[in-house]
Write a protein that binds this ligand. Structure first.
Ligand code: HMH
Length: 209
Protein backbone atom coordinates (compact mmCIF):
# COMPACT_ATOMS: atom_id res chain seq x y z
CA UNK A 1 0.00 0.00 0.00
CA UNK A 2 1.30 3.40 -0.91
CA UNK A 3 0.76 5.94 1.82
CA UNK A 4 0.35 9.38 0.32
CA UNK A 5 1.72 11.88 2.81
CA UNK A 6 -0.02 15.17 3.34
CA UNK A 7 1.76 18.15 4.80
CA UNK A 8 1.08 21.85 5.08
CA UNK A 9 3.86 22.48 2.56
CA UNK A 10 2.17 20.10 0.10
CA UNK A 11 -1.13 21.98 0.45
CA UNK A 12 0.60 25.30 -0.24
CA UNK A 13 2.24 23.90 -3.34
CA UNK A 14 -0.81 21.95 -4.60
CA UNK A 15 -3.03 25.04 -4.29
CA UNK A 16 -0.57 27.85 -4.82
CA UNK A 17 -2.98 29.86 -6.98
CA UNK A 18 -5.76 29.68 -4.40
CA UNK A 19 -3.28 30.68 -1.72
CA UNK A 20 -2.00 33.58 -3.78
CA UNK A 21 -5.57 34.87 -4.15
CA UNK A 22 -6.05 34.57 -0.37
CA UNK A 23 -2.96 36.64 0.47
CA UNK A 24 -2.60 39.18 -2.35
CA UNK A 25 -5.48 41.57 -2.84
CA UNK A 26 -6.10 45.19 -3.91
CA UNK A 27 -7.36 45.87 -0.38
CA UNK A 28 -3.92 45.10 1.04
CA UNK A 29 -2.14 46.81 -1.87
CA UNK A 30 -4.09 50.01 -1.24
CA UNK A 31 -3.40 49.83 2.51
CA UNK A 32 0.26 49.59 1.61
CA UNK A 33 0.02 52.65 -0.63
CA UNK A 34 -2.18 54.50 1.84
CA UNK A 35 -4.93 54.96 -0.74
CA UNK A 36 -7.55 52.68 0.82
CA UNK A 37 -10.72 54.61 1.66
CA UNK A 38 -11.53 54.95 5.38
CA UNK A 39 -14.92 53.27 4.92
CA UNK A 40 -13.25 50.28 3.28
CA UNK A 41 -10.69 50.00 6.04
CA UNK A 42 -13.27 50.50 8.77
CA UNK A 43 -15.48 47.81 7.26
CA UNK A 44 -12.58 45.41 7.43
CA UNK A 45 -11.79 46.46 11.01
CA UNK A 46 -15.31 45.93 12.33
CA UNK A 47 -15.89 42.68 10.48
CA UNK A 48 -12.50 41.30 11.50
CA UNK A 49 -13.22 42.12 15.14
CA UNK A 50 -16.40 40.03 14.80
CA UNK A 51 -14.41 37.29 13.06
CA UNK A 52 -11.85 37.16 15.90
CA UNK A 53 -14.60 36.57 18.48
CA UNK A 54 -15.56 33.37 16.65
CA UNK A 55 -11.90 32.52 16.01
CA UNK A 56 -11.35 32.66 19.79
CA UNK A 57 -13.98 29.96 20.22
CA UNK A 58 -12.34 27.90 17.48
CA UNK A 59 -8.98 28.21 19.28
CA UNK A 60 -10.57 27.03 22.52
CA UNK A 61 -12.07 23.98 20.79
CA UNK A 62 -8.71 23.21 19.18
CA UNK A 63 -7.03 23.29 22.60
CA UNK A 64 -9.72 21.00 23.97
CA UNK A 65 -8.86 18.20 21.50
CA UNK A 66 -5.09 18.81 21.22
CA UNK A 67 -2.44 16.43 22.54
CA UNK A 68 -0.78 17.73 25.72
CA UNK A 69 2.51 18.44 23.96
CA UNK A 70 0.74 21.00 21.77
CA UNK A 71 -0.71 22.94 24.72
CA UNK A 72 2.15 25.38 25.16
CA UNK A 73 1.91 26.84 21.63
CA UNK A 74 -1.88 26.92 21.63
CA UNK A 75 -2.06 28.59 25.04
CA UNK A 76 0.43 31.17 23.79
CA UNK A 77 -1.87 31.68 20.79
CA UNK A 78 -4.87 32.16 23.07
CA UNK A 79 -2.88 34.72 25.08
CA UNK A 80 -2.17 36.63 21.87
CA UNK A 81 -5.87 36.47 20.98
CA UNK A 82 -6.79 37.89 24.40
CA UNK A 83 -4.56 40.86 23.59
CA UNK A 84 -5.97 41.09 20.07
CA UNK A 85 -9.59 41.30 21.26
CA UNK A 86 -8.70 44.28 23.49
CA UNK A 87 -6.65 45.84 20.69
CA UNK A 88 -9.57 45.61 18.24
CA UNK A 89 -11.76 47.43 20.77
CA UNK A 90 -9.13 50.17 21.13
CA UNK A 91 -8.77 50.56 17.35
CA UNK A 92 -12.56 50.69 16.96
CA UNK A 93 -12.85 53.32 19.73
CA UNK A 94 -10.15 55.46 18.06
CA UNK A 95 -12.24 55.47 14.90
CA UNK A 96 -15.59 55.77 16.70
CA UNK A 97 -16.71 52.42 15.29
CA UNK A 98 -19.38 50.34 16.98
CA UNK A 99 -18.43 46.67 17.27
CA UNK A 100 -21.92 45.69 18.39
CA UNK A 101 -23.09 45.26 14.84
CA UNK A 102 -24.13 42.41 12.56
CA UNK A 103 -21.65 40.40 10.54
CA UNK A 104 -21.88 40.78 6.78
CA UNK A 105 -22.78 37.58 4.86
CA UNK A 106 -19.13 36.81 4.04
CA UNK A 107 -18.07 37.20 7.66
CA UNK A 108 -21.03 35.10 8.73
CA UNK A 109 -20.06 32.33 6.30
CA UNK A 110 -16.54 32.33 7.69
CA UNK A 111 -17.89 32.11 11.25
CA UNK A 112 -20.19 29.23 10.29
CA UNK A 113 -17.25 27.40 8.72
CA UNK A 114 -15.27 27.75 11.95
CA UNK A 115 -18.24 26.51 13.99
CA UNK A 116 -18.61 23.50 11.70
CA UNK A 117 -15.00 22.49 12.35
CA UNK A 118 -16.11 21.48 15.86
CA UNK A 119 -17.26 18.16 14.39
CA UNK A 120 -13.91 17.48 12.73
CA UNK A 121 -10.83 15.67 14.02
CA UNK A 122 -7.91 17.45 15.67
CA UNK A 123 -5.85 17.13 12.48
CA UNK A 124 -8.47 18.92 10.38
CA UNK A 125 -8.96 21.65 13.00
CA UNK A 126 -5.18 22.08 13.31
CA UNK A 127 -4.81 22.52 9.53
CA UNK A 128 -7.59 25.08 9.41
CA UNK A 129 -6.19 26.99 12.38
CA UNK A 130 -2.70 27.08 10.85
CA UNK A 131 -4.08 28.19 7.46
CA UNK A 132 -6.11 31.02 9.02
CA UNK A 133 -3.10 32.36 10.91
CA UNK A 134 -0.76 31.91 7.92
CA UNK A 135 -3.15 33.81 5.64
CA UNK A 136 -2.82 36.94 7.78
CA UNK A 137 0.88 36.43 8.47
CA UNK A 138 1.67 36.27 4.75
CA UNK A 139 -1.03 38.66 3.56
CA UNK A 140 0.14 41.54 5.74
CA UNK A 141 3.82 40.66 5.41
CA UNK A 142 3.71 40.57 1.62
CA UNK A 143 2.32 44.11 1.60
CA UNK A 144 4.80 45.53 4.13
CA UNK A 145 5.94 48.12 4.94
CA UNK A 146 2.59 49.86 4.96
CA UNK A 147 1.80 53.54 4.84
CA UNK A 148 0.54 55.19 8.03
CA UNK A 149 -1.79 54.67 9.80
CA UNK A 150 -1.68 51.06 8.65
CA UNK A 151 1.87 50.08 9.69
CA UNK A 152 0.75 48.77 13.09
CA UNK A 153 -1.83 46.56 11.40
CA UNK A 154 0.76 45.09 9.05
CA UNK A 155 3.13 44.56 11.98
CA UNK A 156 0.51 42.89 14.14
CA UNK A 157 0.40 39.80 11.87
CA UNK A 158 3.57 40.28 9.85
CA UNK A 159 6.09 40.48 12.72
CA UNK A 160 8.86 37.91 13.15
CA UNK A 161 7.43 36.47 16.38
CA UNK A 162 4.08 35.79 14.71
CA UNK A 163 5.90 34.16 11.79
CA UNK A 164 7.66 31.82 14.26
CA UNK A 165 4.37 30.99 15.98
CA UNK A 166 2.80 30.09 12.62
CA UNK A 167 5.78 27.82 11.84
CA UNK A 168 5.19 25.89 15.07
CA UNK A 169 1.47 25.63 14.20
CA UNK A 170 2.57 24.11 10.88
CA UNK A 171 4.77 21.54 12.64
CA UNK A 172 1.92 20.60 14.97
CA UNK A 173 -0.54 20.29 12.09
CA UNK A 174 1.97 18.17 10.13
CA UNK A 175 2.42 15.95 13.19
CA UNK A 176 -1.34 15.46 13.49
CA UNK A 177 -1.62 14.63 9.77
CA UNK A 178 0.96 11.84 10.11
CA UNK A 179 -1.57 9.65 11.90
CA UNK A 180 -4.67 10.94 10.12
CA UNK A 181 -6.90 8.59 8.14
CA UNK A 182 -7.42 9.02 4.43
CA UNK A 183 -10.81 10.57 5.16
CA UNK A 184 -9.27 13.09 7.53
CA UNK A 185 -6.60 13.95 5.00
CA UNK A 186 -9.20 14.72 2.37
CA UNK A 187 -11.17 16.78 4.90
CA UNK A 188 -7.96 18.65 5.73
CA UNK A 189 -7.50 19.45 2.03
CA UNK A 190 -11.09 20.64 1.84
CA UNK A 191 -10.66 22.81 4.94
CA UNK A 192 -7.49 24.39 3.55
CA UNK A 193 -9.21 25.26 0.27
CA UNK A 194 -12.20 26.68 2.12
CA UNK A 195 -9.94 28.92 4.21
CA UNK A 196 -8.23 30.15 1.04
CA UNK A 197 -11.57 30.97 -0.57
CA UNK A 198 -13.03 32.66 2.51
CA UNK A 199 -9.89 34.76 3.00
CA UNK A 200 -10.13 36.06 -0.56
CA UNK A 201 -13.86 36.75 -0.08
CA UNK A 202 -13.18 38.58 3.20
CA UNK A 203 -10.76 41.04 1.53
CA UNK A 204 -13.24 41.51 -1.29
CA UNK A 205 -16.07 42.19 1.18
CA UNK A 206 -14.10 45.06 2.73
CA UNK A 207 -12.83 46.33 -0.61
CA UNK A 208 -16.35 46.52 -2.04
CA UNK A 209 -17.60 48.56 0.92
C1 HMH B 1 -10.28 37.02 8.18
N1 HMH B 1 -8.33 35.73 8.84
C2 HMH B 1 -9.15 36.75 9.11
N2 HMH B 1 -8.98 37.52 10.18
C3 HMH B 1 -7.97 37.28 11.04
N3 HMH B 1 -7.82 38.09 12.12
C4 HMH B 1 -7.07 36.21 10.78
C5 HMH B 1 -7.31 35.46 9.66
C6 HMH B 1 -5.91 35.91 11.69
O1 HMH B 1 -6.30 35.70 12.97
Amino acid sequence: MIISPLTCAALLSDYSEDWQAATVHPFLEQCQQGSIKPEQFNTWLVQDALFVVEFTRMAARLLAVAPTEHFDTLLGGLGAIKDELLWFQTKADERSLNLLTSPQPTCEKYCEFMQGLANQSYAVQAIAFWAIELAYNQGWQRHSPMAEPYAEFADRWGNAGFTEYVKVLEQQADRALMTASEDERSQAREAFLTVARLEKDFWQMAFSA
